[in-house]
Design a protein around this ligand. Structure first.
Ligand code: GAP
Length: 453
């Protein structure tokens, strides 16, 4: 069976079910900016929690940080972003549109979308010029007198400028890491493909400081770890790959980078970058801030500037990949069933509790059960519409389990427990339900889409 997913279907389901929708819609929107609704917030929160878990709970060599979005502008001078964080841009004098000069062969022409910019006789492209992607704003009440500052284009620099603080307060020594999740901003010339590339997005970045000679070993370690993270959360391994950057692709700070790529409906694209940043950042900040940013081993008196291995992921892009990988359609009794086969740990709602009918004491008992379950996991109570319609709705938001209270429940205190993926229904005692759901939530899970691929 071929994969039925397209970006259009994802966008439509996200809007229909309130995951993600265009921002400022009542004012006509603002290009490529999105708001997350209830289920979107729950899903993205679960993605971020799983990242924190992998960084903080499952290991003991990484600490957390939450640095400011607006930093001293000297940070961006030192990091090289003021001078070098640019994309080449061309304007078309005919259609007045702007394009990334290095993406012309992937972009639609402003007049004829079946062609690329520069391919029609009307296209009149300027020479390419560099455009800095950082958003500028002013600190202080009077615009002209205030200081120009920038919205951070990556969370990483907030980590480097706090290296000394963390070293002091957390009593760490290399190898150790500092992890951060937060918003970053880039004035992308051609955002697009839903939340794949937007101007405002969340990053999940970790800077791992190591003795210089150990950098290659840790680079390999983090490549394997980060690939494993996606697979354990249900991404099909045949839709995931590692791709090493060619020498001419490397960022100004990197001596080696590999991307974790996912096979999106738009083709293989970067999900996360893992870079060996060497001592570039700490050395630059040491030079610009005139501070010693190094590690001194108290026992041996050895001093060195640690090298940095950086796994840098996008929370929105990862959320999109999980949605794409989970989306499925199947024929059930002559009807198309649309569902999200999300890993239960990521599913926005774990269990829906539903009375079969809205009478005979069923809603009261179902509400009691719901109140009990929601103390243990994200649960939802639903009594509106036919049972079939309620199941369809839960399938579309990816709820792995449905619990139905019916006439038998009132007699023997058992309910039916329905599995989203197999559609199997089993009868289970109410008293055992919570433990059974928690057991299932902890169990290993693999995408049922693998079996049919
Ligand atoms: N500190 C290194 C760094 O920022 P990057 O490859 O530019 O590296 C890391 O960004 C990750 O952030 C990307 O792999 C992607 O998941 C996410 N990301 C970057 N730009 C984005 C954008 N405009 N929209 C959504 N996500 C983005």
């Amino acid at each position: 069976m071929s994969d039925v997913v397209t970006m259009e279907k994802i966008v439509s389901l996200c809007k229909r079910r309130g995951f993600i929708f265009p921002s400022s819609e009542i004012y006509g929107g603002v290009g490529s900016t999105y708001d997350y609704g209830h289920y979107g917030v729950l899903l993205k929160t679960n993605v971020k929690s799983e990242w924190w878990r992998a960084m903080l709970q499952d290991r003991d060599d990484v600490v957390a940080l939450d640095s400011a979005i607006i930093q001293n502008p000297k940070v961006w001078e030192a990091s090289g972003h003021l001078a070098g964080f640019t994309d080449p841009l061309v304007d078309c004098r005919f259609c007045k549109k702007r394009f990334r000069a290095d993406h012309l062969d992937q972009l639609p022409c402003g007049q004829k979308p079946s062609k690329h910019p520069g391919e029609t006789s009307d296209c009149d492209l300027t020479d390419a010029r560099d455009f800095n992607l950082m958003f500028e704003t002013t600190v202080g009440p009077v615009k002209d007198e205030g200081a120009t500052v920038y919205l951070r284009p990556e969370t990483a620099q907030g980590i480097f400028i706090n290296f000394k603080n963390v070293l002091q307060f957390s009593r760490r020594k290399p190898p150790f890491g500092i992890a951060q999740i937060g918003k970053s901003f880039r004035n992308e010339i051609t955002p697009g493909n839903f939340v794949f590339r937007t101007r405002e997005f969340e990053q999940m970045e970790m800077e791992f400081f190591v003795p210089p000679d150990d950098a290659p070993r840790w680079f390999a370690h983090w490549l394997a770890e980060r690939e494993r993270w996606y697979v354990e959360l249900g991404i099909r391994p045949d839709h995931l790959r590692l791709r090493a950057h060619e020498q001419d692709e490397l960022s100004h700070y990197s001596s080696a980078t590999s991307d974790v790529e996912y096979l999106f409906p738009i083709g293989w694209s970067e999900l996360e970058g893992i870079a060996d940043r060497g001592d570039f950042d700490l050395s630059r900040h040491a030079e610009h801030a005139k501070e010693k940013l190094e590690y001194v081993d108290t026992a041996t008196r050895e001093r060195y500037v640690p090298h940095v291995i950086e796994p840098a992921a996008g929370a929105d892009r990862a959320t999109l990949a999980f949605l794409v990988d989970a989306y499925d359609e199947e024929q059930v009794e002559g009807e198309t069933r649309t569902l999200l086969r999300l890993h239960p740990k990521l599913a926005p709602v774990k269990v829906a509790v539903m009375p079969l009918v809205k009478k005979d004491g069923q809603p009261e008992l179902a509400r009691e059960l719901y109140a009990d379950l929601r103390r243990r996991m994200q649960a939802e109570y639903d009594e509106g519409g036919s049972i079939g319609k309620r199941y369809r709705r839960q399938d579309e938001i990816g709820t792995p389990w449905g619990v139905t209270v019916d006439h038998q429940t009132l007699e023997d205190r058992t309910v039916t427990l329905r599995d989203r993926d197999t559609l199997e229904q089993v009868r289970i005692a109410i008293d055992e339900l919570g433990d059974e759901l928690e057991r299932r939530l902890r169990a290993d899970w693999r995408s049922p889409k693998l079996a049919v691929a």
